[in-house]
Every structure is written in C-alpha cells, then in structure tokens.
Design a protein around this ligand. Structure first.
Ligand code: SF4
Length: 327
C-alpha cells in the first residue's frame, strides 16, 4: 500500500467521527444516511436520522409505508423529492425476487433518485465493492492533493476527477477509503482555512507544497440568477388530469412529469388558479397555473392520469407548490 494511502486510512480509523450510520454496514442505514446528507449538513441530519429509523426501522417498513407518512417524517429536511424517491426505491427493492438488495451499480442507478455518488457510496460502504465516490468534499481534496487548477464543476473536470478518484481507491478497503476522503474534506481539507498541519496527505499534497491550499479548487464565479416565467395548464376531465412528460432537452426538470406548458397541448386557457415562485439551481421561476379545457386529441407526451395519482407522478416540489386544492 502506498504511504499516502496507508496514512489516510490510518488517520480515518483514528479520527472518524462516531456517526450513527457508521455503527454497522447495514445497507438500509447507509442508504438512508446518504439520502439525508444530500444538500443537508451532518448537524441537521443527526436528530432526524434516528427519528426516521424509529418510525421506519427497515426496508420493509419503509416499502409498506404510504408516501404521505414518509413525507411527514421528512418534513423540515427539505428537498422532498429525496423522500419520494427513497420511498419509491424501497418499494422497488422490496419487490425484487427474494427481496435481495441489489449489489451491482447498474441496478442501483436504475432506482429513482440514485445517482453515481449514492450508488458508489452504498456499494462500497456496505459491501466493500470497488466504486469510488466523488462529491464536493472529495473533489476539493483531489484538486488540492493533485494540484488540479481547473474548476471541478465543469463536466470535463468532473470526468477527470471521477477517473482519478477511481484510480486512487484502495481496492482492499473501498468503503473506508471513500469515507476517509469524505471525512478529510469535511473536517480537515475544508473549503475555508484547511488545516494542513493535521492532514495525513500533507507530504504528498501539491497545493500545500505550492502554498495554493487557499486558492484551490479554482471555482469560476457563479453565474447570475436567471428569471423564468412559465404558464402551465390545469386540465381536468372526468376525474383525470392531463400531465406532460418533459423531454431530455428541457432546460429544467428533464424527464420529469409535470403540468403541460401553455402552447404544448391543445387547450383553451381559462382563469388563473394560482401563481407560485420557486427556485431551481440558479433559475427563479414565476409559475402561473391556469385552468384550461382540453381541445381534441393531445400529443404523445401528454397523458391523462387519475386525479389521486397525480401527486405521485409530480415529484418536483415546484409542481407540488402548484397543485390546486389540498395536496
Ligand atoms: S495538505 Fe492541506 S490542502 Fe493538502 S489535502 Fe491536506 S488539508 Fe488539503
């Protein structure tokens, strides 16, 4: 084992915070932690994690629960699509032959809400399968350690970082290695004032050698917020609502079901039902919902859905804000 690898793993084993999801390698507990920690700090997740586990102690309990109960338990953590996806994925895993957990990356990636990071984290931490993770913490450590002077958010640099992370992964201890990289980024190689004297990678760190630790990673200035105005239609007929499957080339919410935008379906717009404001990344959306009446056959991207199923298909919180009447 190379000296930096040995040092980082031994540092992790001595300094890892005793977080509740590290008590064992149970896939359900690991997966739940990863879902909660996306966009949310460890401090905010800690009290909610144990509470969620008391309410839904295992995969079967979560798979059996109505979505409304899962959302209620998630209340306050924000980004509710995570809770919806978690519940939907739990149902899909529980329905697998034998109810076995998937143990290959493609099966995980096929589950709703699971991206490359989460799939790799669960597979490596739970079963020590050799998949490297890359999140903002790991990207920062890699940029500094290997002196990468490019913006890690750019797609080409992301590709390079994924490949570098995979090449550095300790094949004998992938779970500990991934957690060590994340822990180092969160507690030592922090975005502001990294604590280089305490870092196990210091001897081999390019940024530290060149006194660039406070200048890397190179982040280009965030692009300014952009305002968007959307008008969408609420078209209801015989207890069914017309929804629209957004395509892969949409600016936002690619592949999501949503309400149809005016002009995309054959409809006569009527009165405004409500106007909502919502932000997605740097886009500030002002969404107006109008009642409308369907006029004849609709394009193939449109689908009539029974009213009670609408909420299940409209995952983004934008649509949930927009739905008329009680949710
Ligand atoms: S030596 Fe400093 S800059 Fe380099 S990886 Fe460690 S904490 Fe980060």
């Amino acid at each position: 084992m190379s000296p930096p690898r040995r040092r980082l793993l031994s540092w992790y084993r001595r300094h890892a915070r005793p977080l509740p999801w590290r008590r064992d390698r149970d896939p359900y507990r690991v997966w739940l932690a990863e879902a909660m920690l996306q966009q949310t700090t460890v401090a905010a997740v800690l009290p909610r994690y144990e509470r969620f586990l008391r309410r839904f102690p295992d995969l079967r309990a979560l798979a059996r629960a109505p979505e409304s109960a899962v959302l209620k338990e998630w209340a306050g953590l924000g980004y509710y699509a995570r809770a919806r996806n978690l519940a939907a994925a739990a149902r899909m895993i529980a329905a697998r032959p034998g109810g076995d957990w998937p143990r290959d990356i493609d099966s995980w990636l096929a589950l709703p809400g699971i991206g490359r990071y989460t799939a790799a984290a669960v597979l490596s931490i739970t079963w020590d399968l050799p998949h490297a993770v890359l999140d903002a913490n790991v990207a920062r450590v890699l940029c500094r350690w290997h002196g990468i002077r490019r913006d890690p958010r750019r797609p080409a640099v992301q590709k390079l970082l994924w490949s570098l992370a995979q090449s550095l992964l300790d094949p004998r201890h992938p779970g500990d290695w991934n957690q060590a990289m994340m822990e180092l980024g969160e507690t030592v190689c922090t975005s502001q004032k990294p604590i280089c004297p305490a870092c196990p990678l210091r001897a081999s760190c390019s940024a530290c050698k060149n006194n660039l630790q406070n200048r890397l990673p190179l982040l280009s200035p965030k692009r300014a917020a952009q305002n968007l105005r959307w008008t969408c239609l609420w078209i209801e007929r015989d207890g069914q609502v017309l929804l629209w499957k957004r395509g892969p080339d949409e600016l936002l919410l690619k592949g999501h079901w949503g309400l149809p935008e005016a002009g995309r379906v054959r409809a006569r717009p009527g009165a405004v039902i409500k106007t909502v404001r919502h932000a997605i990344t740097r886009y500030r959306i002002l969404l107006t919902i109008r009642n409308a009446q369907s006029l004849g056959p609709q394009p193939p991207q449109a689908k009539w859905v029974a009213r009670p199923r609408v909420k299940r298909l409209l995952v983004s919180s934008l649509w949930l804000k927009a739905l008329p009447g009680p949710r």
